[in-house]
Design a protein around this ligand. Structure first.
Ligand SMILES: *Cc1c(COP(=O)(O)O)cnc(C)c1O
Ligand SMILES: [Zn+2]
Length: 383
């Protein structure tokens, strides 16, 4: 049993009443601003607390949809391993390699839940706007369920990602403009054709799907909460989903504290870091970073991303493209894990602060996407 609650006004809705933003608060949202009235999925936490058996955990208690709606397409359950190389100076450092999802990024976690939702609703098509990974994830998950993925992408998306979505049979529409233009086009299309829209944070199940990475980290650490999780941040959905996962565990009284979430952003695309510092939101007029997956003008989930950092008493770190490329190479050369530049940003952020972390801290570096997704960027790391 799950339903939705507005993160702004607290109004509650059933999944039959609404799919997207809060019908009240969402009216205040205009294109070019962070989304307002993003919904969160809530559960009967008391019932979960009663039913959950730590000896024999049933993680489906934390899923809004019955297992029968999911296509046969295993997503998640990616490896978490301790890195001796990164565990220096008394730190305990773990790598969560989410680049090993079927389409090569953490975005599969959101897309598979959206596909399950489309099947529940009897819909044959899902639409999204994306700069790359969300779209290739949606294309792959839709292919697995044999439903149509219609994708609006800016023409600047990396080649491998564009090829990947086309090969999976998606209906790809290249938009002459940036992500915001693609976002608007996808909303128009959804209104016109009545399809399901997977835009990140716009549909609450995109957050809920990505939450599973937090539940896995907790399970894989032997049902322990790490001290710090380093998350690369663009739109701010992954970091709020990691927060949501631990919040659900806390609400069900399975844990007593939250991990500190570290928001890692590229210097040239740091709207959320700025927001955290100044308390005022400003778009980044001209985002510029080699890490395409975290290059964002107006982070759609800026408000919840800020909450995730503030409520976990985390912090933000900025990293240069040079540091991202160095971290990409370091991660590959020292652990064998090849992450795309956005994923390597988590490592670069860790490198900036590692000497200041309390001895004995456990840290998780969230590797969000595979390095083969953008070979041209990786080639720069060799120079
Ligand atoms: C989408 C993405 C991110 C950032 O996630 P947001 O929810 O936009 O903050 C980071 N890394 C990779 C590889 C991604 O695809
Ligand atoms: Zn509301």
């Amino acid at each position: 049993m799950a339903w939705y609650r507005c993160t702004l006004c607290g109004a509650e809705y059933s999944a039959a009443e609404t799919h997207y933003l809060c019908p009240l608060c969402g009216q205040d949202w205009h294109p070019g601003q962070p989304l307002k009235g993003v919904l969160e999925t809530v559960y009967d936490y008391e019932a979960i607390g009663r039913q959950f058996d730590p000896q024999n955990p049933d993680w489906s208690l934390f899923s809004p949809l019955d297992a029968s709606w999911f296509p046969a397409f295993p997503v998640g359950k990616t490896p978490l391993f301790r890195s001796d190389y990164f565990s220096q100076n008394g730190l305990d450092v773990w790598i969560k390699n989410d680049g090993l999802n079927p389409s090569g990024s953490l975005k599969d976690r959101a897309s598979i839940l959206m596909v399950a939702e489309a099947r529940r609703l009897g819909l044959q098509e899902i639409v999204c706007a994306s700069t790359g990974n969300a779209a290739s994830a949606l294309a792959a998950c839709c292919a697995a369920a044999q439903i149509t993925a219609t994708i609006f992408v800016p023409a600047s998306a990396p080649r491998a990602k564009r090829i990947q979505m086309k090969l999976c049979g998606a209906n790809v529409i290249e938009v002459d403009g940036d992500y915001d233009a693609a976002f608007d086009a996808s909303i128009q299309y959804t209104k016109q054709y009545g399809t399901l829209n997977r835009n990140t944070a716009y549909h609450p199940l995109t957050i809920e799907g990505k939450k599973t990475v937090a539940l896995e980290i907790y399970a894989q650490l032997g049902q322990r909460v790490p001290d710090f999780i380093f998350v690369p941040v663009g739109d701010g959905v992954i970091i709020s989903a990691v927060f949501k996962g631990f919040l659900d565990l806390l609400r069900a009284q399975l844990i007593q504290r939250l991990p500190h979430l570290v928001c890692v952003q590229a210097e040239g695309s740091d709207a959320i870091a700025q927001f955290l510092e100044s308390g005022e939101f400003h778009a980044v007029a001209q985002p510029s970073t080699i890490a395409d997956s975290i290059s964002v003008k107006v982070p759609s989930n800026a408000y919840l991303a800020r909450d995730a950092v503030v409520q976990t008493r985390g912090f933000s770190v900025r990293v240069s493209d040079k540091a991202i490329l160095a971290a990409q190479r370091e991660l590959a050369a020292k652990t064998g894990v090849f992450g795309e530049p956005a994923a390597a940003a988590a490592v670069a952020g860790f490198d900036v602060v590692k000497e200041k972390l309390p001895a004995g801290s456990s840290c998780v570096l969230l590797i969000t996407g595979h390095g083969l997704k953008d070979i041209d960027a990786a080639a720069n790391a060799l120079i």
